[in-house]
Each structure stands twice: as structure tokens, then as C-alpha cells.
Design a protein around this ligand. Sequence first.
Ligand code: SF4
Ligand code: SF4
Ligand code: FES
Length: 249
Amino acid sequence: MSNKTITFKILRQDGPNHPSYWETFVIPYLPNSNVISCLMDIQKNPINSEGKKVRPVVWDCNCLEEVCGTCTMVINGKTRQSCSALIDKLMQPITLQPLSKFPVVRDLAVDRSRMFEALKRIKAWVPMDGYHDLGPGDKILPDHQGVAYKLSECMTCGCCVEACPQYSRDNNFVGAAAISQARLFNMHPTGKLIANERLDSLMDDGGIAACGNAQNCVEVCPKSIPLTESIAEMGRQSSKRFWKTLFQI
Ligand code: SF4
Ligand code: SF4
Ligand code: FES
């Protein structure tokens, strides 16, 4: 084995509302490692750089292939998925911090419930009135499918809201991901049956008007979802709804 090592500086927290502190770990280098595989090595042998045995580091992960979004954290100052963060491409020491826009559960694990509540708020689903056979659905043109498929790749990872200057712990902005999901479900032939309910929700406090159009979200989305296009489209739909309601058209 070579003498090469990997150094991590991890922002830790023993539980919700506990103070945070930095802890350094130095582990042997293994080729083709990623941040999660290194965290697993630290978990097996949780000894910090001062040689002290400490509580194993806590983080979330699931799919390990950048699909579920749960492993998102701030790595060397950039919000991204830790399962796809290759060590050979990162400057050392590698800093790991939890997402700052959500309450910390422990260490790098955060509670992203607010994002799922936002999806409930904008009714990110297709309404069903039962499970009986409704016959074939409407035909969807390939162009439309292409747009919808891209939007459907959102994994609620939180990168967009982490980068957004308007999304903070003391406001109720729904964020770019939820706005984009409202666009997706308003495009769906059955989903559009409750399009106006989604628009009303987006026109409410913390809705689309809270977006300052800084466009940070689109820069950091790991799925390259056209978030600013979605925000512009939902802005158009909301304005149309506003004027229609005002004049009772
Ligand atoms: S829109 Fe992109 S950055 Fe935002 S939650 Fe979805 S996948 Fe993540
Ligand atoms: S455009 Fe800017 S303000 Fe609006 S959601 Fe994206 S990052 Fe936030
Ligand atoms: S573990 Fe699912 S995206 Fe990283």
C-alpha cells in the first residue's frame, strides 16, 4: 500500500441545536475512492487526526449513483452529491459541510422535509378518482415528452435551494425545484385538471414572487434542469391566472 493519504475536515454537530465544530480525519488513499467510500472508511475506524477515537460521522445516502439526492452536502464549498464526488478530482484537505438551508440532524445529515412540504403545497401529483380502468390516456407528442422527461429528473436533492439567495431558514419560499415540478404537473394531460390550484399556491406568500431571478439555481442543478425556464413559464401562467381572475374571464 502507498503512503498517500486523504485528509478530510468535517463540520460536525452532535445533534439538532448543538454547536458545530470542525474535526479532521486522515485516512489511507485508495484509488477510485469517492467521498461516500471514504466516509465509510472513517466510520469503520473513527479515529481523528489527533489519534482520538470519536463518534462515527453521520451522513445520508441511498442509491450511490446520483439518483436519489439524499447524499447532498457542501464539498469544498460547492453543493453536490457525495456519491459522485471523486477524490482524485478534489483539492485537499477536503472540507465537508451539511447543507446550510435545512436543520442539521447530525453531522452531515439534514432534515429536507421543507422541500417535500413544498411539493405537497404545489400539489406535485396527478389527481386520481379511483383505480378503475380509465382507458388509454391522451397522446403526448415527442417534443412535450422531451421537456417533461427532463423536468421529471429532479431528485429533490436541495442543491438549487442551497445556492438560492432568496431561500432562507426564516422565510417560506418554495424554491426553484417545487416551481419546476408545478410546471411538470401542469403540462400533464390529467395533472392539468388542478393547474389553477397549483398556480394559486404559487401566487401565495412564499411563492413565485419571492424569486429574485438570481439564476444561481440553474447553475448548480446536477441534472441540468432548465430551472429559470420553468420559473419564467410558471410566472407567465400565474400572471395569466391573475388577470383572468381579476376580470372573471
Ligand atoms: S431542481 Fe435540480 S438542484 Fe433542485 S432539487 Fe431538483 S435536481 Fe436538485
Ligand atoms: S432564480 Fe435565483 S432567486 Fe429564483 S429560485 Fe433560482 S436562485 Fe433562487
Ligand atoms: S446516494 Fe443517491 S444521489 Fe448519492
